[in-house]
Design a binder for this molecule. Structure first.
Ligand code: DX5
Ligand code: ZN
Length: 225
């Protein structure tokens, strides 16, 4: 894939939260395509991050797409709040909603793009019957909850299976967890077109460092046929 078509979505989970707005602005100017926002509830995942009020407070710092990854259970009661906060893509976990089809319809009714994420242990066939409601599939390549974990290689076969399953549908395939210049080409070769990266991008703590980190991932991917 050409590096121009690759979507890079830095996860703010790895940034300095004491200056969240500045960090988002810096990474946007450093070449990010989307801003990935990891929302955790301490119930679906063993960690807590932030909610819609925080997202709303930084919405005016960039006009990049806000790619919101909800790791919360239940999700349905909070979808409107995240839409109102300015999220453009709202992704829910298949494991965190009893009525996935209903959750996806609700996101579209709010005028937002709808995504589904699945954990490393969840089979891809849970997505089979909702494909026509999807704008994005987010495959976890770590168990959700923390940044800086080791990439789980079984996501490569899952990416290939999903790519085949979606056929000609215009669905983004995004991979999240342990993405580095070493692992990025593996998932892009398998069919992914969007990559989330936290620790690999926010190291160095400056716009210049972020730009180099993003470019390192793009260049590595550029070598994939
Ligand atoms: C994990 C989050 C990821 C995380 C990725 O639950 O969904 O977005 O921030 O962090 P790295 O890139 O450090 O693995
Ligand atoms: Zn995420």
């Amino acid at each position: 894939m050409s590096e121009d078509n690759l979507i890079i979505a830095p996860s703010v989970l790895a940034c300095d939260f004491s200056k969240l707005g500045n960090e988002i602005e810096a990474v946007a100017e450093a070449g990010a395509d989307w801003i990935h926002l990891d929302v955790m509830d301490g119930h679906f995942v063993p960690n807590i991050t932030f909610g819609p009020a925080i997202i709303q407070s930084v919405r005016n710092r960039t006009d990049k797409i806000f790619d919101c990854h909800l790791m919360i259970e239940p999700c349905d009661p909070f979808l409107a709040a995240f839409a109102d906060a300015g999220c453009d893509i709202i992704t829910v976990h298949a494991e965190a909603t009893k009525h996935l089809d209903r959750s996806l319809q609700a996101i579209h009714e709010l005028g937002k793009k709808a995504g589904v994420s699945i954990n490393p242990s969840t089979p891809v066939n849970v997505l089979e019957n909702v494909l026509d409601r999807l704008d994005l599939i987010l495959l976890m390549s770590v168990n959700p909850g923390f940044g800086g974990q080791k990439f789980i290689h079984s996501v490569i076969d899952k990416t290939r299976a999903i790519k085949q399953m979606i056929g000609g549908r215009p669905i983004d395939i995004e991979i999240d967890g342990g993405i580095t210049p070493e692992t990025a080409p593996l998932v892009v070769a398998a069919g992914a077109n969007a990559l989330v990266a936290g620790s690999a991008i926010f190291r160095g703590s400056s716009k210049k460092a972020y730009s180099g980190n993003i470019q390192a991932i793009r260049s590595a991917v550029n070598e994939v046929d």
